[in-house]
Design a protein around this ligand. Structure first.
Ligand code: GDP
Ligand code: IMO
Ligand code: MG
Length: 426
């Protein structure tokens, strides 16, 4: 196996965890490189469903190393809960490591996220309220705590003397929220130090170097998706990290030369949770049908996901900026009972009829765009038991081949159900 990155190519929830879990069989090291517990990743194996938020989806295999990389943000209480859940399931977590350079989500981050969401009259983003944006903001402003700081009294002492006066002023004057005393935060940090102690990996450089020297296989697990990327997504309706393939190079400790392939996971349709433009969104009974058959409800928040037809305009953009070498197309089985399946190949501006075949990055004009569709005939049979590409109905193959043609990118994996086994390698 070559070193692969698995990323979401749409607005998240594409089925990345299923694909990561599958590919993890042949990997030695699995790294989560961005995002935090805003992610909700589902793996179905041996008839059981596992849900992950921060822990890499490769953890289900014994003997693998799973690293939560420097590019992530970690909410300690949530991390602890997830670990407890895995222990209860008797899952071996001895291979789990956390980078000391990962950033800590402090209580004020979740409080500010919650406040901003609850009080936004305009520009509400619909975040997961897990403190993601405020934590990354402080990381970039150089006033965040890293996991490693928990074990350095000097770092904690000096940093808190800078952070707390600033934070408290902000919390009190900007948000009218509770302020923090240094001793109280130090006490919290002692608690956090205990939570992370079995997992924090101060030897990460030697570890990554050894894996590299020995030619061991690395799998990078992305969270969210290209259209939620802070640089390339539907900004400002995005998350605060870089889910694109390039994020793996800055969020893991390995550079870009360690990456051989980038697999973009996409559903055969599109979903989105939270606010923001969505040109192919279906607010009619077809959208409801997709949501019902596809079980489109959030893993992290339980929110119903907005559903729409496959958008080849954003997907083509995702192939480019995400750096995709191939696509894993999931949930094609959801269309088993559809007579017709639509694919959006362009956008039309209702104001002047202008046609866009490339993704327009000014999202404030998206409200004027309507999708231009081509229609494909359905296959009208259950494909969840198909395991070989040539056994797929002719109409399903035609549909897949047409997508490859439009996207100028090969489809390497077709997923026909949530289970590990329900997969076709093309
Ligand atoms: P992730 O965040 O990208 O890992 O995806 P989520 O776990 O949030 O959502 C994907 C959902 O689709 C999960 O419930 C998966 O079990 C399920 N799933 C994945 N692939 C398929 C597929 O090919 N067909 C069907 N029907 N469900 C799938
Ligand atoms: P996985 O990894 C789908 C969305 C939120 C919101 C926006 C910003 O499971 O695909 P945030 O809490 O990150 O500041 O919220 O991003 N969002 C996701 N949507 N899947 C995810 O993760 C998401 N993580 C964040 O709904 O619109
Ligand atoms: Mg998800």
């Amino acid at each position: 196996m070559s070193n692969k990155v698995v990323i979401g190519a749409q607005w998240g929830d594409e089925g990345k965890a299923k694909i990561t879990d599958l590919l993890a069989q042949n990997a030695d090291l699995i790294i989560r490189y961005q995002g935090g517990c805003n992610a909700g990743h589902t793996v179905v194996a041996h008839g059981k469903t596992f849900k992950f938020h921060l822990i890499p989806s490769g953890i289900l295999y014994n003997g693998k190393t799973c690293l939560i990389g420097n590019g992530t943000v970690i909410l300690p209480e949530y991390f602890e809960q997830e670990i407890e859940g895995l222990k209860k399931e008797n899952i071996d977590i001895s291979g789990l490591k956390v980078s000391p350079l990962a950033t800590i989500t402090m209580p004020w981050h979740t409080e500010v996220d919650g406040y901003s969401e609850d009080n936004a009259s305009k520009g509400k983003i619909g975040t997961t309220k897990k403190g993601i944006g405020p934590t990354y903001t402080d990381k970039m402003a150089r006033i965040a705590l890293k996991i490693g700081d928990l074990y350095s009294p000097e770092a904690l002492n000096e940093k808190l003397d800078v952070i707390l006066p600033l934070k408290n002023k902000q919390l009190k004057e900007l948000y009218g929220l509770k302020t923090y005393m240094k001793e109280e935060v130090l006490e919290l940090c002692r608690k956090y130090a205990k939570i992370f102690e079995p997992y924090v990996c101060f030897e990460w450089q030697e570890m990554l170097q050894n894996f590299k020297r020995e030619g061991k296989k690395v799998l990078f697990e992305g969270a969210q998706g290209v259209m939620l990327d802070v640089d390339f997504g539907t900004y400002p309706f995005v998350t605060s990290s870089n889910p694109v393939g390039g994020g793996a190079a800055t969020g893991s400790g390995y550079g870009p030369r360690m990456i051989d392939e980038v697999i973009g996971v996409a559903k055969a349709y599109v979903t989105r949770v939270g606010e923001g433009p969505f040109v192919t969104e279906l607010t009619d009974e077809t959208g409801d049908k997709i949501r019902e058959i596809g079980h489109e409800f959030g893993v992290t928040t339980g929110r119903p996901r907005r559903c729409g037809w496959f958008d080849a305009v954003t997907m083509k953009y995702a192939c480019l900026v995400g750096g995709l070498t191939s696509i894993a197309l999931t949930k094609i089985d959801v269309f088993d009972n559809f007579e017709e399946i639509k694919v959006c190949t362009a956008y039309k501006d209702i104001r002047d009829g202008k046609i866009y075949t490339s993704y327009p990055t000014d999202v404030y004009i998206h409200k004027y765009l309507t999708p231009v569709y081509e229609t494909h005939k359905g296959w009208g049979e259950d494909i969840t038991g198909v395991r070989k590409y040539e056994d797929l109905p002719a109409n399903a193959r035609k549909y897949l081949e047409r997508l490859e043609e439009i996207l100028e990118t090969p489809i390497s994996i077709v997923s026909v159900g949530p289970d590990r086994e329900q997969t076709i390698f093309k």
